[in-house]
Design a binder for this molecule. Structure first.
Ligand code: PLP
Length: 392
């Protein structure tokens, strides 16, 4: 067999491996608490589910336009106008099978031998995987705990050169829960005026998930880069719709025709009933989103407080998303050793920080998309294990 050489460059998302291992252990009778996978544990709000069912009953069974149904693209444009005060052309919005496809398309569009793409490290693993697959060179933007899991714009700008084609920004971030402050994003947007050929992919899938009254700053707010900004967002996290596979991308004029062509080549269109559910999500009552965030906020405080009480472990308070990213260097274990120990011995599924890039060594990711009771139980088990390791 001779598959193409680029197949060997494709990475993966370990969260799915951990999910499978956790399920296998649970099948043997082990009580596994899943703090691994990054999806809300809430059901999709009922009116959204009803809208999806109604669409099927109404006969929406066929292909739709490859770009998505016009009503949904308009609803996204209205949502952007309401949340960002920016008027966008619905023709520049593409409805996608999840958020991930917008990133894959953007990377595919710019990635090739000799091109450089900047991406956050630690960061969502698919960025690096797809960059390597495209043949481009991945250039990490370090997001360090000492910098509150953020960056200084000037440090990012020093990484840009004539080979740079695309910069990927993700705020709030997976896996750290970090948020890039508005002033750094603004400085970055201004600095990029010197690099008119560099495009930006802003992954804002967690844009509705911030805490303590913090307003999410979208890169869309900076007019100077709007003509080269690709904005990724979607329904998966905000409306607990990960399994519906529904997302959207906003593309600049210069790229929209290429992006449409990729849609036709890759997926034809998105599941039709899911698109109708997406309209109900955007236009319907938003209180389920607020209620979910209230629950996440309680869990966030709980898990961070419990982690900080443990010997060898320290955890900064995440500002967004639903992840805690504690530093475990004090335990002397690597991230992978900690992930395996907690899963195999204590039945706690977490993800090693190294699954998110080399700068994730010394950390593990907890998704606190689980009940407070389960978080407490997991923390009790881990605390005991840490005491044992630290000989305390
Ligand atoms: N972007 C980030 C930063 C994510 O964490 C995820 C999912 O975990 C995605 C994009 C993909 O979202 P979707 O499930 O809608 O493809």
């Amino acid at each position: 067999m001779s598959v193409s050489a680029k197949m060997s460059k494709l990475g993966t998302e370990t969260a799915f491996d951990v999910l499978a291992r956790a399920a296998a252990l649970a099948n043997t009778g082990m009580d596994v608490i899943n703090l691994g996978i990054g999806q809300p544990d809430f059901p999709t709000p009922a009116p959204i589910v009803e809208a999806g069912i109604q669409a099927l009953k109404d006969g929406h069974h066929g292909y739709t336009a490859a770009t998505g149904i016009p009503e949904l693209r308009e609803a996204v444009a209205e949502d952007i106008a309401a949340r960002r005060g920016v008027s966008v052309n619905p023709d520049h919005i593409l409805i996608m099978p999840g958020g991930k496809m917008t990133m894959s398309f953007a990377i595919e569009m710019f990635g090739e031998e000799g091109a450089e793409i900047l991406y956050p490290n630690p960061g969502f693993p698919i960025y690096e995987s797809m960059i390597r697959y495209s043949g481009a060179t991945p250039v990490p933007i370090p997001l360090l705990e000492s910098a509150d899991f953020s960056f200084k714009a000037e440090d990012v700008l020093t990484l840009v050169n004539e080979n740079t084609r695309l910069i990927i920004i993700n705020t709030p971030a997976n896996p750290t829960g970090g948020v890039i402050p508005r002033e750094e994003l603004e400085k970055l947007a201004k600095g990029l005026k010197d690099w008119p050929g560099v495009f930006i992919l802003s992954d804002e899938i967690y844009s509705r998930m911030t805490y303590d009254g913090l307003n999410h700053c979208s890169l869309l707010e900076f007019a100077e880069i709007r003509d080269r900004l690709i904005l990724l967002d979607g329904w998966s996290k905000t409306y607990a719709m990960t399994g519906w596979r529904l997302g959207w991308g906003l593309w600049p004029e210069q790229l929209i025709e290429y992006a449409k062509r990729l849609c036709v080549n890759y997926h034809s269109c998105v599941n039709s009933s899911a698109q109708y559910a997406g309209i109900a999500a955007l236009k319907g009552d938003q209180s389920p989103v607020d209620e979910m965030m209230t629950a996440f906020n309680r869990r966030r405080k709980l898990i961070v407080a419990r982690l900080n009480e443990m010997a060898g472990v320290s955890c900064v308070m995440p500002k967004g998303a639903f992840y805690a990213f504690p530093n475990i260097t004090g335990t002397g274990l690597t991230a992978k050793q900690m992930q395996d120990l907690l899963l195999e011995k204590d039945g706690i599924a977490t993800i090693a920080g190294t699954s998110f890039g080399k700068d994730g060594e010394g950390y593990i990711r907890f998704s606190y998309a689980n009940s407070e009771e389960n978080i407490e139980r997991a923390m009790d088990r881990m605390e005991k294990r840490m005491r044992e390791i630290m000989g305390a």
